[in-house]
Design a protein around this ligand. Structure first.
Ligand SMILES: NC(=O)C1=CN([C@@H]2O[C@H](COP(=O)(O)OP(=O)(O)OC[C@H]3O[C@@H](n4cnc5c(N)ncnc54)[C@H](OP(=O)(O)O)[C@@H]3O)[C@@H](O)[C@H]2O)[C@@H](O)CC1
Ligand SMILES: Nc1ncnc2c1ncn2[C@@H]1O[C@H](COP(=O)(O)OP(=O)(O)OP(=O)(O)O)[C@@H](O)[C@H]1O
Ligand SMILES: [Mg+2]
Length: 354
């Protein structure tokens, strides 16, 4: 029996090592260095390996109790949605709602969309569960959104916003008002376009997370660092951008997601799928809005000295990639972002409730 048990232990060890190397790579260290960091050095402020990272992410998730009322675990606002783009703000808002619904039984009033008047009925028609405010192209847009800020726990700015100057001017005002209230802000898509034009908008705001794709990352880096991106070293490029922006957390999406707060650099290589359908990034920004709120709300005893925003980013990236994997297993090449949304609940359970 002993050799069988020994073989089992070896297999289990090999599986753990394979999993570690496949899923999270810290600083692209060789695996033995990662393991050494993970199990020997115990650096207080670094997220060490997959299991500890996922455990810390699990720690920030509020407990499920029947005593909760709706909105207690998060009410998220999405700023975006114009004549051309109605899908993106819907994807962000519904993914935030689905993540929140993992914890509460009632979904009303948890996910708000602030969009233009033309986009509002379209977005509303996708889902009766979203609260839609047709205010973004009004002269009173900033005070109209400001009225809601005391009730919102995080904002996601940019999905489907477009690049109309009047809208972008209003969004500048919304960003300033949100910062003044210390509200966490996830910035994606056209919100990143705005930040590339005016980096001072979020410079040094430690409750901001930027989620650029490949193109958006290059645009931002060139605007902020004023030199072309070094494509050979993604980790250093992301760290430099974050640092130049005053340690704003940056999540560069890609084959692996590279995440940095200007000090630490983490990578999420959770298995996803090779299917790239429009809207997956919007799903990430919506889910991240919720996780950022949870992580900041959890307090240092739950995050064990790790940056809450890095944990939130790692959690949201893992979740979206797991959704992509599960949807692809069912639908193959015909997978759409809507198929991924259906996987949010099951993927959340697999990753965070085990
Ligand atoms: N259903 C909806 O409503 C959706 C609406 N959306 C909304 O659309 C708006 C504009 O967003 P955006 O991403 O198209 O912006 P932008 O910077 O102009 O990039 C366009 C250029 O970049 C390229 N390109 C893109 N990604 C790349 C990559 N990874 N690697 C390499 N190249 C890449 C791309 O090349 P192409 O694929 O077209 O050949 C093109 O040239 C924004 O509001 C967003 O939220 C989306 O959220 C999707 C769902
Ligand atoms: N090559 C890849 N392999 C696996 N997963 C990827 C790959 N590229 C991106 N992803 C994942 O897809 C998600 C969205 O990233 P993507 O780069 O498609 O964003 P995006 O271009 O902003 O999407 P959107 O179409 O919503 O604007 C992220 O969670 C990322 O981890
Ligand atoms: Mg995008």
């Amino acid at each position: 029996m002993a050799p069988v048990a020994g073989a089992g232990a070896v297999l289990a060890g090999a599986a753990a090592v394979a999993l570690l190397s496949a899923v999270f790579v810290l600083y692209e260290l060789p695996l033995d260095a990662v393991l050494q960091r993970a199990f020997s050095l115990h650096k207080a402020h670094s997220v060490k390996n997959m299991e500890t990272t996922l455990q810390l992410v699990r720690n920030i998730i509020p407990p499920l109790t029947s005593k909760k009322h709706k909105g207690q675990d998060g009410r998220i606002g999405i700023v975006g949605g114009c004549q051309e783009y109605t899908g993106a703000p819907y994807f962000a808002a519904i993914s935030a709602l689905k993540v929140l619904l993992v914890l509460v039984s009632q979904g009303a009033d948890l996910s708000h969309v602030f969009c233009t008047q033309e986009a509002a009925p379209v977005i509303k028609s996708y889902s009766p569960e979203l609260i839609v405010h047709p205010v973004l192209d009004r002269p009173s847009a900033v005070p109209n959104v400001e009225e809601w800020l005391p009730r919102l726990h995080a904002l996601v700015v940019g999905p489907g916003l477009g690049r109309d100057d009047t809208l972008l001017e209003n969004v500048k005002g919304i960003l300033e008002a949100s910062k003044a209230r210390d509200i966490p802000i996830v910035i994606d898509a056209d919100g990143l376009w705005l930040v590339a034009q005016h980096p001072a908008l979020i410079q040094g705001y430690r409750k901001a997370v930027l989620t650029p794709n490949h193109v958006e990352f290059s645009r931002l880096s060139e605007a902020v660092l004023r030199d072309p991106v070094d494509g050979s070293d993604h980790r250093e490029a992301v760290r430099r951008l974050s640092q130049a922006l005053g340690n704003v957390t940056v999540v560069q999406k890609g084959e692996r997601d590279v995440i940095s707060d200007g000090e630490q650099v983490l990578e999420c290589a959770q298995e996803g799928s090779s299917r790239r359908c429009g809207g997956q990034g919007d799903l990430l920004s919506g889910a991240l809005g919720v996780l950022v709120h949870w992580a900041l709300h959890a307090g240092p005893e739950k995050t064990n000295g790790s940056s809450p925003l890095l944990l939130a980013a790692m959690g949201a990236c893992s979740l979206v990639r797991q959704c992509s994997r599960q949807a692809f297993q069912k639908h193959g090449r015909s997978t759409t972002t809507t198929d991924m949304i259906a996987e949010v609940g099951p993927a959340f359970r697999i990753l965070f409730e085990t």
